[in-house]
Design a protein around this ligand. Sequence first.
Ligand SMILES: NC(=O)c1ccc[n+]([C@@H]2O[C@H](COP(=O)([O-])OP(=O)(O)OC[C@H]3O[C@@H](n4cnc5c(N)ncnc54)[C@H](OP(=O)(O)O)[C@@H]3O)[C@@H](O)[C@H]2O)c1
Ligand SMILES: *[C@@H]1O[C@H](CO)[C@@H](O)[C@H](O)[C@H]1NC(C)=O
Length: 308
Amino acid sequence: MYLLYTILASLVCFFFLKWLKKRRTCTDLKRLDGKTVLITGGSSGIGKETAVALALRGARVVIACRDPSRAEKAVREIKFKSHSLNVTHMELDLANLRCVREFCKTFLQREKRLDILINNAAIPGVLDWTDDSFSMCFGVNHLGHFLLTNLLLPRLKECAPSRVITLTCSNYKYQKLDFQDLNYNLLPFFTYCRSKLANIYFSQELGRIMEGKDVTSYAVHPGFVQSSWTCHYSFLFRMLMQVIMWMFFVPCETGAQTVIYCAVSDEAAKHSGGYFVDCRPATLRPFARDSGVAKKLWEASERLVKPV
Ligand SMILES: NC(=O)c1ccc[n+]([C@@H]2O[C@H](COP(=O)([O-])OP(=O)(O)OC[C@H]3O[C@@H](n4cnc5c(N)ncnc54)[C@H](OP(=O)(O)O)[C@@H]3O)[C@@H](O)[C@H]2O)c1
Ligand SMILES: *[C@@H]1O[C@H](CO)[C@@H](O)[C@H](O)[C@H]1NC(C)=O
């Protein structure tokens, strides 16, 4: 009798979790032949799955990664899964602004086009400093991508209509930006939340600046995803998260769907500067829609990284 109850309860649990993790998929089947996509941090997680999906649609895919051997391995896997040979990698460490500049120079020399830029790489909440003495989360997740996007913007404009997709996180809502202390580095989780809030303001302001220029901008929350972000933490935490992720988080292929949607959909393009969750536009908390703050962050970032 007990056995029957146990089996029944397990089944109910199983289907409940399955239902809980149900997400929309990108139904737009548009091809990307002749287009070039650049994805930062494409060597793992959501970035790698996005690369596979866009290569499958015929795009040339360049993944920008800090570890060349891991990148090579990822390129082999992406080629294998997408049956495309038009996949390559380039070295980029977003924690070093000189490296970002060098990357852009090489990229612009080597690649004729840039149609879709995906600012995907990120470091989860860790307390560390970049080579330029910015807090790790703010430096990598926001400033590195800010400089990268600014330096590649001329090419994006040439190739218009083009798109910039920036990965953010619904955790943005737990923090606000402190302009006196943009390098806040006290509580790991909060440094991450702030950097992801910065990603939202950045994406919004980029959309505004590019209005009428046919370069559109999208901020994406991919959902909570079973990627390799826990690799930055202790063994114990990793084991704990493994269980939680297995129960409640979605696979990387699912996490990539909203990114793919923003890369191809005409519907998404009507909401440039917007925030997207589960393959549709979503609403931000009012404080995160404040265009004054977005502009202020853009100007502060310009002072910090001096893109020109
Ligand atoms: N997973 C989630 O639940 C979740 C939820 C909300 C939002 N997101 C967002 O989704 C995006 C993708 O994350 P993910 O879950 O796929 O995590 P992930 O598997 O950890 O991938 C992150 C990627 O960023 C790269 N990266 C980290 N620091 C870098 C640096 N300094 N320079 C260049 N590349 C660097 C990593 O490269 P290495 O392999 O060399 O470390 C890795 O390829 C992130 O923006 C994240 O904030 C994820
Ligand atoms: C690779 O992609 C680029 C841009 O999409 C395209 O121009 C080129 O012809 C492709 N090369 C091959 C070998 O398919």
